[in-house]
Write a protein that binds this ligand. Structure first.
Ligand SMILES: Nc1ncnc2c1ncn2[C@@H]1O[C@H](COP(=O)(O)OP(=O)(O)O)[C@@H](O)[C@H]1O
Ligand SMILES: [Mg+2]
Length: 256
C-alpha cells in the first residue's frame, strides 16, 4: 500500500453526466481520487470507462456535473453551488497525462522526438532542455538505447513504453491509462505492466482502465466496476474477492 495523501482529493467527479446526442453514456459518476492512489476501472465494453477517462482530461467535456482537479473546477459544476476558480483545458492537460490503447505515436518522429514534442508544445520547454528531459523519461521506461528508433522499428510493447515516457516527461500529477495492453500481442503485455508497476511505485497517482485483473488486484487501491454509464460497485483492496454485486462477481468470474 502506498502512502496516500487523504486530506483532499486530487481528482473529484460529482454527478458527471455525458450525452452524445440522445444517448446518455455517463449517468451521474461520483469518484474521489487521492494523491498517490492507484485506481482501477473495469467493466464490459460500452459501459463508459473510456468516457470517464476522457472526461477527466476534457477530451470529452462533461454535459453536466463537477470535475475538479487539484481543487480547480473544469466542469459545468453542481447547480446551486458556487463554482469557485475555474480552470482552462490547457492548464488541465499540463496536470493530467494520458496513455491510449493505440499508443498514438507519430510514425515520422523518433522515440526521443515523440517524447519531446508535447514537452515543447504543451510545456514550452526549449529544444535542448526537452531532449535532456525526454532522454531521462526514456531511461525511466528502459528505452534510452532505442531513443533514435522510429515507432515501426519498435515492438508494440516498446511503443507503448515510449507513450508512457511521453506522458511521464510532462511531470503530470495524474496519469490515465485506457486499456494500455489491449492492443498488444500477449507476450508483450508483461513488459508494459512492469513499466506501469514501476511508475506506480514512484507514488504517481494513476487511473487505469484494464481487463488485466491480476494486475488490477496487485495495484488497485480503489477498484471501480462500471456498467451502462454508472458505477455499479467500488471498493478498496480485496474488492475482487469481496464485492457483493452479482454483476461485478459475474464479470470477474468471466474475465478470469
Ligand atoms: N464520440 C462518441 N460519439 C457517440 N457515441 C460515443 C462516443 N464515444 C463513446 N460513445 C458511446 O458511449 C458509450 C460508452 O463508450 P466508452 O466510454 O468508449 O465505453 P468503454 O470504454 O467502457 O467501452 C458507448 O455506447 C459508445 O458507443
Ligand atoms: Mg474503452
Amino acid at each position: 500500500m502506498n502512502a496516500t495523501d487523504r486530506t483532499a482529493p486530487i481528482v473529484e467527479l460529482r454527478g458527471i453526466r455525458k450525452s452524445f446526442g440522445e444517448l446518455e453514456v455517463l449517468c451521474g459518476i461520483d469518484l474521489e481520487i487521492f494523491a498517490g492512489e492507484h485506481v482501477v476501472i473495469f467493466g464490459p465494453s460500452g459501459s463508459g470507462k473510456s468516457t470517464v477517462l476522457r472526461s477527466i482530461n476534457l477530451l470529452e467535456p462533461p454535459t453536466s456535473g463537477s470535475l475538479k482537479v487539484a481543487g480547480i473546477e473544469y466542469g459545468p459544476g453542481v447547480p446551486g453551488e458556487k463554482a469557485g476558480r475555474r480552470g482552462k483545458p490547457l492548464e488541465l492537460r499540463r496536470t493530467v497525462g494520458m496513455v491510449f490503447q493505440q499508443f498514438n505515436l507519430f510514425p515520422h518522429l523518433t522515440a526521443l522526438d515523440n517524447v519531446a514534442l508535447p514537452l515543447r508544445s504543451v510545456r514550452g520547454v526549449r529544444r535542448a532542455d526537452a531532449q535532456v528531459r525526454s532522454a531521462e523519461a526514456l531511461r525511466r521506461v528502459g528505452l534510452l538505447p532505442r531513443a533514435a528508433h522510429y515507432p515501426q522499428q519498435l515492438s508494440g510493447g516498446q511503443q507503448q513504453r515510449v507513450a508512457i515516457a511521453r506522458a511521464l516527461a510532462l511531470d503530470p500529477k495524474v496519469m490515465l491509462f485506457d486499456e494500455p495492453t489491449s492492443a498488444l500481442d500477449p507476450e508483450l503485455v508483461g513488459e508494459v505492466l512492469k513499466t506501469m508497476r514501476e511508475v506506480a511505485e514512484t507514488g504517481m497517482t494513476m487511473v487505469v482502465v484494464t481487463h488485466e485483473l491480476g494486475f488490477a488486484r496487485e495495484i488497485g487501491d480503489l477498484n471501480v466496476f462500471m456498467e451502462d454509464g454508472v458505477v455499479v460497485d467500488s471498493g478498496p483492496r480485496g474488492f475482487f474477492e469481496e464485492t457483493t454485486s452479482p454483476r461485478a462477481r459475474e464479470f470477474i468470474m468471466a474475465v478470469r
